[in-house]
Write a protein that binds this ligand. Structure first.
Ligand code: S6P
Ligand code: ZN
Length: 207
């Protein structure tokens, strides 16, 4: 009976484009513009200026047509455009999964950072084509594009994982990725808008 309950999607093959971020057959597509990122950027004045300046697209998620239900395995490609709000690079909202499940990210094109935060400790991993990041249960995750071309990655995660975005608005991610040096700088700080100290964080991605 359990098996029958999980058979809500027929087997299918898919084409994943690392050039465009499209998945065929296509599932839901989500677009996030600057105006969708309220409470997430450190400088609210710069955030409002970016909305007034045209409210550009920050990222887009192309999902495969898989039901979001227990036992299924969802996958999607996220494309983060190059850009910044003030000094802080374009990024995803970031979330915790509400269920204790892991997730797998694989870099497809461009180069970016995967930020991880367990409520106390933060980590950053570099993602490039062919580089994977494993997100264990209990770690909030956000991706950032500190480069000048789109950054694309594949995400694979269990159906029914649930997404808590509000906790990231409340608590932040423990770190922010801002312009610095030849590429980026990681600012450390627990609160969403309270930077308490700085360090250099991870080394820049290799070219
Ligand atoms: C879902 C997975 C990704 C993100 C996507 C956008 O669990 O982590 O597909 O949804 O990268 O990020 P966010 O934080 O807006 O959902
Ligand atoms: Zn996730």
């Amino acid at each position: 009976m359990g098996e029958a309950m999980t058979r809500t999607v027929q087997p299918f093959g898919a084409i994943l484009s690392s050039a465009t971020g499209a998945i065929l057959p296509a599932g839901p597509i989500t677009e996030r513009h600057v105006s969708d990122m309220g409470g997430l950027y450190k400088d609210e004045t710069d955030w409002r200026k970016a909305i007034d300046a045209g409210d550009p697209l920050v990222y887009r998620v192309d999902a495969a047509p898989v039901l979001d239900a227990y036992g299924q395995l969802l996958f999607s490609i996220t494309t983060i455009e190059p850009g910044a709000i003030g000094s802080e690079f374009f990024m995803t909202k970031g979330h915790w999964h509400t269920e204790p499940v892991g997730e797998f990210y694989l870099g497809l094109s461009g180069q970016g950072l995967l930020l991880l935060f367990d409520g106390q400790e933060h980590l950053s991993l570099e993602l490039a084509p062919g580089t994977a990041g494993y997100i264990p249960p209990g770690w909030a995750h956000r991706t950032v594009n500190p480069r000048t071309e789109p950054f694309r990655f594949l995400a694979v995660y269990p159906g029914g994982a649930g997404h808590d975005y509000e906790r990231v608005v409340r608590e932040g991610m423990g770190a922010r990725v801002v312009r610095g040096g030849t590429t980026y700088h990681i600012e450390v700080g627990l609160g969403p808008r309270s930077m308490t100290s700085e360090n250099d964080g991870a080394a820049p991605p290799t070219k």
